[in-house]
Design a protein around this ligand. Sequence first.
Ligand SMILES: [Ca+2]
Ligand SMILES: [Ca+2]
Ligand SMILES: [Ca+2]
Ligand SMILES: [Ca+2]
Length: 347
Amino acid sequence: MLFISMFMAFSIFPAAATPSLPLPTLEAIPNVITIPEAGTIVSIEIWAKSVVEDWEIIAFQFSVPFQKEWLAPWLRVKGTFMEAFVNGGEQGTFYVVVSDIPINPKWSLTTVAVMILPDSTGAYHSPFPSGEGRLITLRYEALEAGEGQSMPVEITDIMILDQNLNDLSQFNSGLIADIDLDPDTLNLKSLGQWVTAYIELPEGDVNDIDVSSIKLNGTIPVDPEAPYAIGDYDSDGVPDLMVKFSRAAVSEFILSNGIKFGNVTLRLFGYDIKGHAILGSDTIRVKMPGDNNNDGQVDMCDIGIAARAFGSSLGNPRWNSVADENEDNKINMLDIVVTIRNFGKTY
Ligand SMILES: [Ca+2]
Ligand SMILES: [Ca+2]
Ligand SMILES: [Ca+2]
Ligand SMILES: [Ca+2]
């Protein structure tokens, strides 16, 4: 009975349209130590918490200051958290620990970097770290001068890298963006100038977005020559920011991953002037010229698709964007000729 009434109490609050995305945090356990008898070992665990897979995190770096008259670095024990996300175990994790970096006469730092190594091709892939877990355990030997003293354990100089080397520790929170990429079907050999992204922020203000920070898949920046604008492209009452990427750069990126047809999800990352990291993605279809059904071959099936849409234009019931090879919003002989010219090709 109690559970039912609690559930109902919760359900009367409307859910936020799109939740913001928490950023990872680091926590020392314990966060205060009392130095024991000299010669005894003190253990400090460093945990990563609130790690969301969407951020695609691959590395943590941080420092832990300690009073060097009170503690002497002794041993460190690798964690278990990053080890669970090692690209199928191909290369594992990599640790760099420098135990004793003096910062002033009284204090030293232990600096730690923990990273997942890429697979043998240099790529990272899912699953990326999520949840929480122990990154490392730092052990110190208690010294006589510290006996009975208390010391807060702080974590400083934090760096949290995603696979595109964005430092997530620079941001105070994360926002999920709704992304609509245009065109929906990208001809990888087309001469079109741009791929357009419409970015909506259900929480946050698109006016605050730093356009120069936006990248697709970590490598493709917004084309600085292209216009950008704020409007409401999809007429849903939520303002959207339109930015454009070089189509050649997007096609090259997709082709360089060995993809010639099918669905591709592109990830957009950026930030705004208020310290929010912004993340979103959209899936588009990609094709090579003439391959209207996205199966890697140009044959009668593709000509059939173009023929069925022949004579239509954007908005017409028979309209089919995949057959519009020259992207002029009409399906006519110019498009069919492209399919026929590529007839028999296997991509
Ligand atoms: Ca779209
Ligand atoms: Ca909108
Ligand atoms: Ca085909
Ligand atoms: Ca056309």
